[in-house]
Design a protein around this ligand. Structure first.
Ligand code: TYD
Ligand code: MG
Length: 454
């Protein structure tokens, strides 16, 4: 008989250790490592934790013998969702959808599955809401309800038994945090249970070629419970973001074995469920009719497409000894650095000014292409001068005041032209020989040139 095994698992990040220690070396948290007893079956399984165990036969092949046929994908019915997944749901893959409670994960998956069930067998497992709640929601949203199989269950073994009987092609698990496996001796919701359940389901997905989508809630600091574990065993991890008080939700991939990451999908939460937003630039650009100083539009690159976003800066005289620098939707260290560049190379003294930066629409900009936009918007606010409404700006600013090119300059300009922008200030290396029709492009190589151009 196989011996019962013990593992030591960090309850914060899910890292496991052969013996107990006070501090987790992975996440540096103290006193988070707890003893977990694995059942015989799990102990035998936990040897290979890649989730790919059992993904194929143990036959050895050279790379050129491998069948390169395109992995079959299931279209989810939402073009935005498909794009984030890299072109659809890959059969036999394990996908994790994370997000805050109320983000709309259950709604998105219910809508997707009801539509999919019309053409292929699908199973929706709900562990959080009752069957009646889900049914009421489906009815209210006017979804087709005749084909989707529903199951209210939290035991992973039972779910797999049902799946073998029903032979679905796609399963939704809502949510992974309430799932448990009988041979892990730890309470449901603990990291050990979540991690073993996710690993078990991932293997099940591979073995039976069933796509499994798992819902995962994020913790207070925005990471998935046991993130390391969940993220490394699954194939694809996407995050559903957005405040519950805003209408718009964004879906972004953080890991994808079958496509590009950082792909963005935009949805709107309406009273009739989630609607996809095909032209996101339009919503982030819904500017007030009256032009104001400190407001400027930039083109950021999101995954594989450009997105026009408005940036607002407010510079105001500060009554404090340490003026405030607040950045919403941008990195505040970057803001501090750009202020220094502005002082040194733009000759603008802002040591006694509060600076507030806001990216409109709740977008988070991580790109450096927003640098130049930020500096010009800052100048506009500082001087109280309104910038032309048909002006768009992007470019990276270096520490010596040079303007560096950013990737995909041409596509960014085309997107701006499509939305009616007539003037652009861009890095000189990004200025095309032939501008998009009707657009005047000013290429700059130094901060001072940009200020003059303005
Ligand atoms: P839900 O899918 O239950 O979120 P999650 O599963 O991520 O926790 O979505 C819940 C929120 O969405 C809730 O606050 C109400 C809102 N909502 C709408 O505004 N319209 C709708 O048609 C639906 C179904 C939900
Ligand atoms: Mg839910």
């Amino acid at each position: 008989m196989a011996k019962n095994k013990t593992a030591y698992v960090c309850t914060e990040c899910g890292q496991d250790y052969p013996r107990w220690q006070g501090q987790c070396s992975a996440c540096q948290e103290w006193n988070t490592i707890t003893e977990v007893r694995l059942g015989a079956a799990t102990a035998a399984r936990s040897g290979s934790f890649s989730g790919y165990a059992g993904a194929g036969s143990s036959e050895v092949k050279t790379l050129d013998q491998i069948d390169l046929n395109e992995v079959p994908r299931i279209a989810s019915g939402f073009a935005e969702f498909d794009r984030v997944l890299g072109g659809g749901i890959v059969a036999g893959s394990a996908i994790l959808i994370g997000g805050h409670p109320g983000a709309g994960k259950s709604t998105l998956l219910l809508q997707t599955l009801c539509q999919l069930a019309e053409t292929l067998p699908a199973l929706y497992v709900t562990g959080e809401e009752s069957l009646q709640q889900v049914a009421m929601r489906a009815k209210r949203l006017g979804l087709p309800t005749g084909k989707l199989k529903m199951l209210s269950e939290t035991n992973v073994d039972t779910i797999c038994d049902v799946a073998l009987r029903e032979q679905p092609k796609i399963i939704v698990i809502d949510s992974i945090q309430v799932m448990h496996i009988s041979d892990v001796q730890s309470s449901p919701g603990s990291v050990a249970q979540v991690r073993e359940s996710a690993a078990f389901l991932t293997r099940f997905a591979k073995q039976h070629n069933i796509a499994i989508i798992m819902v995962g809630h994020v913790t207070k600091d925005g990471s998935l419970a046991g993130p390391k574990v969940l993220e490394h065993c699954i194939d694809c991890s996407v995050m559903f973001e957005g405040d519950s008080d805003s209408r718009y939700r964004t879906l972004r991939s953080h890991k994808n074995r079958f496509g590009a990451i950082n792909e963005l999908g935009v949805f709107a939460m309406t009273e009739r469920g989630l609607r996809e937003v095909a032209n996101p630039s339009a919503i982030f650009l819904s500017r007030a009719d009256e032009a104001a100083s400190g407001s400027l539009v930039m083109v950021v690159w999101e995954g594989t497409r450009p997105l026009l976003v408005e940036l607002q800066v407010l510079v105001d005289h500060s009554a404090l000894a340490n003026p405030r620098r607040v950045a919403v939707g941008m990195d505040s260290n970057r803001l501090a650095m750009l202020l220094a560049v502005m002082h040194r190379h733009g000759g603008l003294q802002m040591a006694d000014q509060d600076v507030f930066v806001n990216v409109v629409g709740g977008v988070k900009v991580t790109e450096t292409s927003a640098d130049l936009t930020l500096l010009l918007a800052m100048l506009s606010s500082f001087r109280g001068e309104v910038l032309p409404r048909d002006l768009v700006v992007f470019g990276e600013v270096g520490l010596s005041g040079e303007i560096r090119p950013v990737p995909n300059g041409q596509e960014r300009l085309v997107e701006a032209a499509k939305h009616g922008f007539r003037r652009a200030i861009v890095p000189i290396a990004n200025a095309p020989k032939k501008a998009p029709s009707g657009m005047e492009i000013i290429g700059v190589s130094k901060l001072s040139e940009a200020l003059t151009a303005l």
